[in-house]
Design a protein around this ligand. Structure first.
Ligand code: OGA
Ligand code: MN
Length: 199
């Protein structure tokens, strides 16, 4: 795998990596996600954690399916890619990334996610956010862009959710939002975490 984008991640706090997934893997994950969705396995996504947890469609409209160890072979391929990323990062930066947790997400037409940052208030274990897009043939008129707000671009940078594309950033630092989509929008969103410090 080519890891040149790690330099951009370090310098700018985020990186957009096209063709992170081969087209056949992205397509397989898209099909798997749509099948699981049609089987009723997705649930309204929440904001907050534990007793803070609530589903608020006006803030966040996606439905998600959290991954566990028992997903299929195509999900294993994706996990293998992420393991390579984790190893490369740990080798270069000593961040001590420990595990990845994440979920499939589907935004139905008309849904969005308001501007936010990812870490939970009581928990700083999320170090890097990873979002990988699955929809083939995404068109401008489909909407659903991710907008990130790095300090270098306070007006926001729009990123189209194209199949195979990875967006990765430091979870604490980067406000971002999902604009209203006009088409079912599938992705895998997750976080590389460090071990929780006992307080
Ligand atoms: C999230 C999120 C962005 C996207 O799930 O926290 O910000 O582009 N997703 O799907
Ligand atoms: Mn987010």
């Amino acid at each position: 795998m080519d890891f040149n984008w790690l330099d951009r991640l370090q310098a700018e706090g985020f990186a957009v990596v096209d063709d992170f997934l081969d087209a056949d893997v992205a397509h397989g994950l898209w099909q798997s996600a749509r099948r699981l969705k049609s089987e009723g396995r997705f649930r309204g996504a929440g904001i907050g954690q534990g007793s803070d947890h609530q589903v608020q469609k006006r803030i966040r409209g996606d439905e998600v399916l959290w991954w566990d160890g028992k997903m299929g072979p195509i999900e294993s391929k994706f996990s293998d890619r992420l393991t390579e990323v984790k190893q490369a990062i740990n080798q270069d930066w000593f961040l001590g990334l420990w595990e990845w947790e994440g979920h499939y997400a589907c935004y139905a037409p008309g849904t969005y996610y308001e501007k936010h940052v990812d870490p939970f208030r009581e928990d700083d274990s999320r170090v890097l956010s990873t979002i990988t897009y699955l929809n083939p043939d995404w068109q401008k008129e489909d909407g659903g862009e991710l907008v990130i707000y790095p300090t270098s671009h306070p007006e926001g940078l729009k990123i189209e959710p194209k199949a195979g594309r990875l967006v990765v950033f430091f979870s604490e630092k980067l406000p971002h939002e999902v604009l209203k989509t006009r088409r079912d929008r599938y992705s895998i969103t997750g976080w590389f975490k460090k071990r929780k410090v006992q307080r």
